[in-house]
Every structure is written in structure tokens, then in C-alpha cells.
Design a protein around this ligand. Structure first.
Ligand code: EPU
Length: 301
């Protein structure tokens, strides 16, 4: 397909063969066939329409912090909203665009005296990615603070959704099937210094337990109900296990780190080894939390 197939309005926004590795926190993966960085709602709408018209798969890139891109790269269009980062507080609410970093949202809430989202401190990624995955941790998930969302639905319609119209699950949400443009986050009134301190405490806890300074995609597997995947992996003796440049972190069993030269195939092979070992030791099938592009089904142990 030639670039000329793209509507004129977004043609100069489209890059062919853009390497994706640098846009992921694992620093792994091949190129996007087409890559678009949107700056406006119109860019997003045009890209969605172009994907539809050209019959190309559309992948939305957030912070790339929960993502494993395969070595061959991705066919179709990868859409980034990194050019859309506006954050605006009013009262106990914040209106934020999907491309803003979650950490910037948390900081803006603290600055504006809005309590709640500090429980999300230290979670990497963008607001759009966090909504698509319902990102969260020990103290809560983003769904707890959502008042409304504007998105382009899977049918291509621009819609505004109230919280009660959005289905969120554990590290999942219906929003993954469309493109989030912006959201309104709602907290309660709080005191600036206390909120900053709260966010710092939550962050420190994460820093103490997780391999923050290494290249990873965060937790690799979902926690089985009421249990910890990290503990299972640890107790199955997987910490330190390596395939090529991929290694199960010595710090937290549910993190697989790229020691610098890992291929996506190393990570996938290591994930399968971990799944197998945990299944043999405990009869538990770990399910990937990390998103794999293009979609790929791992052996269920
Ligand atoms: N544990 C071990 N060995 C390990 C890792 C953990 O024994 O190698 C034990 C810990 O000592 C603790 C228990 O397992 O008793 C739970 O560990 P932790 O508190 O680290 O939390 P987690 O359940 O492993 C979850 C989220 C993280 C989030 C943390 C902290 C999932 C899959 N993981 O981890 O989210 O940062 O809580 O809030 O829900 C992510 O989603 O990418 C992610 C990292």
C-alpha cells in the first residue's frame, strides 16, 4: 500500500517502518508498518477512518509500558496520542487527554488539592493506556476515579461515556476496543502537602519491591484470584532464569527484564518456561498481563 492511500489531512503525519523498540519500556520490538502521531482529535478520527477504509489493523500505543512488540514488528497502523497531553483541573475534577502520562495526572491532582489518584503513583504509562488496561496496584485502580470518557467507539463513532456506561475488570476494560481521547477524573478535596506525601509513600513502596531502573513491561502475568503471580513464580524457583537477553528479575518474580540485547522471542520463550514451571509446581495457569503485538496466544502451560 502506498502512503497516497491515506487521506491528505493525515498523510504528512504517517511514517513508514518506524522502529517501535524505543517507544516501549522493554526496549524491544520491530517496526510499525505505519505510525501516526496524533495532535488533535481530528487526527485521531482521520486515522481511525483511514484504517477502516484501507482495511488495516489499528493498534493504539500508550506509554508502551505494558507491551511486548514482536521482533517482526506490526502490520497496519500504530497510533500514538503522545501529542495530546493537556491536563486541566477544576474543583475536585481533572480533565486530561489520553496521551498525558499517568504520573503527570497524579502530580496535577496533588497540586490542585484533589485526593484519590495518588494511589496510582509510580504506575508508568499514559492515561489512555491506563484506562484501556484499568491500571492499578495495591491501593486502587484508575476505574475508581473515572467520571466520564470521550472515545472513538469500535464502530468509529465519537462518544461521551459516563462512568456507569463503562465496564472495567481486573486489568481490563471495554475501552481497549476503541480509542480513548480524554477523560474526566474525579477525587475528593485534599490538602496539597498531604497528597504529595501520600503519592511519595506509594511510589517508595513500589521502588522497594520492583526492579524500577531496569527495562521491563511491569508485571508479566495477571495475579490469579486472591494470589500473587510473583510469589508463585518465586516459589517455583524461577527468579534469575534466563533465555538469551531476557531474565526473570531477582527482585520481583513477576517482572521479566531485558538485560540489554533481548529479543521478543527470548521474552516469549521465558514466559512459557515460567508458565510451565508454575503449572508443574502448583497446577496454576498464569495468564499474561503484558499485551503482545501482534496478538499471539501463549501456551496455557
Ligand atoms: N512476592 C514474593 N516474591 C516475589 C514477588 C512477590 O514472595 O518475587 C510476594 C510479596 O512478598 C507479597 C506478595 O507476593 O507478599 C504480593 O507482591 P506485591 O506486593 O509485589 O504485589 P503483586 O501482587 O506482585 C501487584 C500488581 C503490580 C503492582 C503491585 C503493587 C498485578 C499483576 N500486579 O503486584 O502491578 O505494582 O501489586 O501495588 O496486579 C503491573 O500491573 O504491571 C504491576 C506491576
Amino acid at each position: 500500500m502506498s502512503m497516497l492511500a491515506f487521506p491528505r489531512r493525515i498523510r504528512d503525519r504517517v511514517q513508514g517502518g518506524l522502529p517501535l523498540a524505543k517507544l516501549t519500556t522493554l526496549r524491544i520490538g520491530g517496526p510499525a508498518q505505519y505510525f501516526v502521531e496524533a495532535r488533535t482529535l481530528r487526527d485521531v478520527a482521520d486515522t481511525c477512518a483511514a484504517a477502516r477504509e484501507c482495511g488495516l489493523p489499528l493498534h493504539v500505543l500508550g506509554g508502551g509500558s505494558n507491551l511486548l512488540v514482536c521482533d517482526e514488528g506490526v502490520q497496519g497502523i500504530v497510533l500514538s496520542l503522545h501529542g495530546m497531553k493537556r491536563i486541566q483541573a477544576f474543583g475536585t475534577k481533572v480533565q486530561v487527554q489520553a496521551g498525558a502520562n499517568l504520573s503527570a495526572l497524579v502530580a496535577a491532582c496533588s497540586a490542585a488539592g484533589i485526593a484519590g489518584p495518588q494511589s496510582l503513583a509510580g504506575i508508568p504509562g499514559t492515561v489512555g493506556g491506563a484506562l484501556a488496561m484499568n491500571a492499578g496496584g495495591r491501593y486502587g485502580e484508575i476505574a475508581d476515579y473515572v467520571a466520564s470518557v470521550i472515545w472513538i467507539s469500535p464502530e468509529g463513532d465519537l462518544q461521551s461515556l459516563y462512568r456507569e456506561e463503562i465496564t472495567f475488570g481486573y486489568r481490563s476494560s471495554m475501552l481497549r476496543s476503541g480509542v480513548v481521547i480524554e477523560t474526566v477524573i474525579e477525587g475528593t478535596a485534599g490538602e496539597h502537602a498531604q497528597l504529595v506525601a501520600r503519592a511519595r509513600t506509594v511510589l517508595q513502596e513500589k521502588l522497594a519491591a520492583q526492579p524500577y531502573s531496569e527495562f521491563s513491561a511491569g508485571c508479566t502475568f495477571k495475579n490469579p484470584k486472591g494470589q500473587s503471580a510473583g510469589r508463585y513464580i518465586d516459589q517455583a524457583g524461577c527468579k534469575g532464569l534466563m533465555v538469551g537477553g531476557a531474565k526473570v528479575s531477582d527482585r520481583h518474580g513477576n517482572f521479566i527484564v531485558n538485560r540489554g540485547d533481548a529479543k521478543a522471542s527470548d521474552i516469549l520463550e521465558l514466559m512459557q518456561q515460567v508458565q510451565r514451571r508454575v503449572f508443574e509446581a502448583f497446577g496454576v495457569s498464569l495468564q499474561p498481563e503484558v499485551q503482545i503485538w501482534p496478538g499471539r496466544v501463549l501456551l496455557a502451560a
